[in-house]
Design a protein around this ligand. Structure first.
Ligand code: NAD
Ligand code: GLY
Length: 364
């Protein structure tokens, strides 16, 4: 088992990564206020992993109330959140109950927001079961739901007490979901860890073939990068750089997800195409070369990801992007690459260059 720490003072927590962790209820017990959890999962993950996990919890005396939601990005909304609150209230869960998310990023974001708000906040544990959630969404405390007008527009920062990433769960993940998670893995190399990008280029085929050691290494290195960034700028308030850099490709990508309707493109697919837009804009600003752009495109494609965005038209992209959380006082701050492995926030990209980058990197 690999162990990392997210250093946030008294709210610090461990990130445990390894095979077979779902049955290690002993790892969870020390983080509970009372031996009672509400286990939030969905209709796809629950049949695979809920029973084994509940049995392991019961063996060490932890009572579990399962809350099973419909599956999909389209359900990351108020209705699902209310289903969680309804169950918590019906089961008389109190402030000593820990909410546990068992699933991908959608379940983690929903359960985390429920934990942040139920009775003004109850303890929370993340058990991520997708590559994307193991390398990104389970770490760092961003929780929330989508609004029809914008992705992740309603939410809260609420850190978990523990992240338990069982790498064995990736064996049942569909190929398309594995690719989607790889977009966020590649992101860390591009924004701040060039040696990791080199490693990914050397090992992408092993990763896509689900080589256990390669995946465990990529998850650990991704989480180590994320933990460092979040520890330095937990609430994304740094005026330069900071946590916002984790959103490379996301402003463009969120436009695709919102514009097409949630669930049409997977999050990582939209981020991959959005990354190509950010990379192309960085090239237009003279910061990257055409060879850099081709390098990113080749790696994303080897990970089975799209490198052209949905054909929404540049005007629609810009309209959707104007709702982004990185818009401050009307000015859109984009995450771009000053060089490979070195991301910056930049508010001064000329509008015509943004349009050109969108058009050259979308399907038309
Ligand atoms: P997801 O939660 O929709 O999971 C993808 C699919 O895989 C779902 O159908 C799910 O049921 C299924 N699944 C999950 N685990 C499985 C397993 N082990 N075997 C088989 N199927 C499994 O999507 P995701 O990619 O995990 O997460 C995307 C979400 O995460 C988006 O809503 C995105 O906005 C959010 N996100 C949040 C943060 C954050 O910091 N909070 C960061 C990145 C992404
Ligand atoms: N996924 C971006 C962040 O956690 O800040």
């Amino acid at each position: 088992m690999r162990r990392l720490n997210l250093a946030l003072g008294e709210r610090s927590y461990p990130i445990l990564i390894g095979g077979g962790l779902l049955t290690r209820a002993d790892l969870i017990l020390p983080y509970l206020r009372a031996p009672r959890v509400a286990l939030v999962s969905n209709e796809t993950v629950a049949p695979l992993y809920l029973k084994g996990h509940v049995e392991a919890l019961e063996k060490v005396g932890i009572g579990a109330t399962p809350i099973i939601l419909p599956d999909g990005e389209a359900y990351k909304n108020w209705e699902s959140l209310n289903l969680i609150y309804d169950s918590l209230l019906a089961e008389r869960c109190d402030r000593s109950t820990t909410i546990v998310a068992l699933g991908g990023g959608v379940i983690g974001d929903l359960a985390g927001f429920a934990a942040a708000t139920y009775q003004r906040g109850v303890p929370f544990i993340q058990i991520p079961t997708t590559l994307l959630s193991q390398v990104d969404s389970s770490v760092g405390g961003k929780t929330g739901i989508n609004h029809p007008r914008g992705k992740n527009m309603i939410g809260a920062f609420w850190q978990p007490k523990l992240v338990l990433a069982d790498t064995d769960t990736l064996k049942t993940l569909p190929d398309r979901e594995l690719s989607s998670g790889m977009a966020e893995v590649i992101k860390y190399g591009l924004i701040r860890d060039l040696p990791f990008l080199d490693w990914l280029e050397a090992n992408m085929e092993s990763l896509m073939a689900r080589d256990g050691a390669a995946l465990a290494y990529a998850i650990e290195r991704s989480c180590a990068n994320k933990a460092e960034v979040v520890a330095a700028d937990e609430y994304e308030t740094a005026s330069e750089g900071g946590r916002a850099l984790l959103n490379l490709g996301h402003t463009f990508g969120h436009a695709i997800e919102t514009g097409l309707g949630y669930g049409q493109w997977l999050h990582g697919e939209a981020v991959a195409a959005g990354t190509m837009m950010a990379v192309d804009l960085s090239r237009r600003l003279g910061w990257l070369t055409a060879a850099d752009r081709n390098r990113v495109s080749a790696l994303l494609q080897r990970a089975g990801l799209p490198v052209k965005g949905a054909d929404l038209g540049a005007a629609r992209y810009l309209d959707l992007m104007s709702h982004d959380k990185k818009v401050v006082a009307g000015s859109l701050r984009l995450i771009l690459l000053k060089s490979m492995g070195n991301a910056v926030t930049y508010a001064d990209a000329p509008r015509e260059e943004i349009i050109a980058a969108i058009e050259s990197s979308s399907r038309g």
